[in-house]
Design a protein around this ligand. Structure first.
Ligand code: GRG
Length: 331
């Protein structure tokens, strides 16, 4: 555990698993404040998604590259219509630190490749066994299980090939960047979350155990995305710290909202099978504390994320807008 993780864990432990006793709880039923100044998020997302998609097409081998099946499978999931939240957060963090978003682009693409790999593997029969993802049939339904496993493996590997092509910065060498990515995706973070998630199925989990899962399976990569964006701007240690606190809390709120959507939205709205958590007897915030309380906790986490952005003195408008959107999203 590094110093940042230790600090975050200590703070979170101090707040206990349910932050309803925090001084912020008086306003807890209200959603957190939106961005202080108007920010055109739809336009922001459209332009950044287009830039990320174009870069991904440049970085990935074309679908005709031999063996074509694997490259078709990689492209199929990568361009299936994901929201591109992690790349957007990465680019927005770079801008907040005064960087050039173009320098962050390889890292934004790398986190999206890792995210997509995790979804392909999560949907496999041996894991969540899902037929739909991003509104389309899952990879194994189209290409077969073996090819879906390989497509996930290939996207994970591709992520590191792409990240290795970043510029490198005085404070953050290629070694630091690659290590950051590997840690977020590795057996102590993303995979640890999936392990705990699998082992927790059908069992009553405490709120602290649930938080452990959320911190790893969701927050680690989201937090890594904003940290990498900051690194691409050669950010100061103080800025990196602020981004870490921001990403950590946004990541936790993101998963709670995801759990809420699983029970409140239809499969058509979500583009994946709704109600899977209940079906798999998964521990979720709505199952443990109910929907209202879950919304309240997600709101409080988002407020904490907002508070971390103060240090950017108005230069983090995109991050603020993204945090608000992630709290209010419907898919
Ligand atoms: C390493 C096999 C393996 C799995 C990794 C956690 C996870 C572990 C897999 C994915 C399933 C899951 C519930 C992840 C949590 C994060 C999450 C809510 C993902 C969905 O992210 P969105 O909404 O998806 O950003 P799109 O499709 O928009 O990119």
């Amino acid at each position: 555990m590094n110093a940042i993780e230790k600090y975050v864990n200590l703070r979170l432990r101090a707040q206990a698993a349910f932050p309803n006793k925090s001084p912020m709880s008086a306003n807890a039923n209200r959603l957190p404040v939106g961005p202080r100044r108007p920010f055109d998020l739809p336009a922001y997302l459209a332009t950044r998604t287009a830039a990320v998609n174009a870069a991904l097409r440049r970085f990935l081998p074309p679908v005709t590259t031999k063996p074509a099946t694997i490259h078709r499978a990689m492209h199929y999931s990568l361009f299936a219509g994901g929201k591109r939240m992690r790349p957007a957060l990465c680019l927005a963090a770079a801008a907040a630190c005064g960087g050039d978003e173009r320098d962050a682009l390889p890292l934004a693409c790398a986190v999206e490749c890792i995210h997509t790999y995790s979804l392909i593997h999560d949907d496999l029969p041996a894991m969540d066994n899902d037929d739909y993802r991003r509104g389309k049939l899952t990879s194994h339904k189209v290409f077969g299980e073996g090819m879906a496993i390989l497509a996930g493996d290939a996207l994970l590997t591709q992520a590191f090939e792409i990240a290795a092509q970043c510029r490198g910065w005085p404070r953050y060498s290629h070694q630091t960047i690659i290590r950051e990515l590997a840690r977020a995706a590795g057996s102590r973070q993303l995979i640890a979350g999936q392990v705990a998630d699998l082992e927790g199925e059908g069992r009553r989990l405490s709120a602290a155990q649930l938080r452990y899962i959320h911190e790893r399976k969701t927050s680690a990569l989201l937090c890594g995305s904003v940290r990498l964006g900051g690194m691409s701007a050669n950010c100061t240690p103080a800025q990196l710290w602020a981004l870490t606190i921001f990403g950590h809390h946004v990541g936790l709120a993101f998963q709670i909202i995801d759990d809420i959507l699983d029970v409140t939205q239809t499969s058509e709205q979500l583009g994946k099978t709704a109600g899977k958590d209940t079906q798999a007897q998964k521990a979720t915030y709505p199952a443990i504390v109910g929907l209202d309380k879950s919304r309240q906790i997600a709101g409080e986490l988002t407020k904490k994320a907002f508070a971390a952005l103060k240090t950017f003195r108005g230069k983090a408008l995109a991050l603020e807008a993204l945090a608000t959107y992630l709290l209010q999203r419907t898919r």
